[in-house]
Write a protein that binds this ligand. Structure first.
Ligand code: E4P
Length: 223
């Protein structure tokens, strides 16, 4: 399982990188706009925090293949490192994925709501496929099943693309896509934190410390 952070907030990225085994960062235009700062400068700041080898997924904005390709080449030149261009699975987006595959630029198919959108993007050459779990659940569709079916399709057709499940609002959603074999998830820092939270864990840690200190006093493991 690869854990990615779905944020462009620098403090959040630094904190989560310090604590957890994070494989990279994903952004989208909404996430960037929330920061109200210069787009390219922010992406470069994120790159400098996470390093050249970490995955950085940055979304194209245009709706025509030619312009998406131009944006992708611009970002590849300016940002570099282990970069993935996120492209929505509209017809022009699929065309851009094909063109960028030929040019050796890595892509992540995004805004996926159906298994067939994902399959087409995988065949077009996208490296990652990002189904929107919570947005599906919000419309009474089954986001978890969509992820499961995409995983099945990739296995069935021996496609190298990986599932980067996205749009999470609960630990349960993350847990279920993990059981279905999602290769990666991207979630907000709050959801990543919540994956570890349990009151019994905190109570156990407090009890260990209390029991130890009653006999040995404070801080006696290291001299
Ligand atoms: C990631 O690729 C998506 O942009 C993101 O996870 C969407 O999440 P949201 O539904 O919480 O906005």
């Amino acid at each position: 399982m690869l854990y990615l952070l779905d944020t462009a907030n620098l403090a959040d990225i630094k904190r989560s990188y310090d604590l957890y085994p994070i494989a990279g960062v994903t952004t989208n235009p909404t996430i960037i706009a929330r920061e109200k700062t210069d787009f390219l400068q922010r992406i470069l700041e994120i790159r400098s925090i996470i390093g050249e080898n970490a995955m950085l997924h940055v979304q194209a904005l245009s709706k025509s293949a030619d312009k998406i390709v131009s944006e992708a080449e611009y970002l590849n030149e300016k940002v570099g490192g282990n970069l993935y261009i996120k492209i929505p699975v509209i017809p022009q987006g699929i065309k851009a994925m094909k063109l960028l595959k030929e040019k050796g630029v890595k892509t992540t198919a995004t805004a996926i709501f159906t298994p067939q959108q994902a399959l087409m993007a995988a065949v077009a050459g996208a490296e990652f496929l990002a189904p929107y779990v919570n947005r599906l659940d919000n419309i009474c569709a089954d986001g978890i099943s969509v992820v499961g079916e995409i995983v099945q399709l990739l296995q069935l057709y021996h496609l190298p693309a990986k599932v980067l499940a996205a749009s999470f609002k609960s630990v349960e959603q993350v847990h279920k896509v993990s059981l279905y074999g999602s290769h990666a998830i991207t979630a907000s820092p709050e959801i990543i934190d919540a994956l570890l939270q349990h009151p019994l864990t905190d109570a156990s840690v407090d009890r260990f410390v209390k029991d130890w200190e009653e006999v040995y006093g404070v801080g006696k493991i290291t001299k």
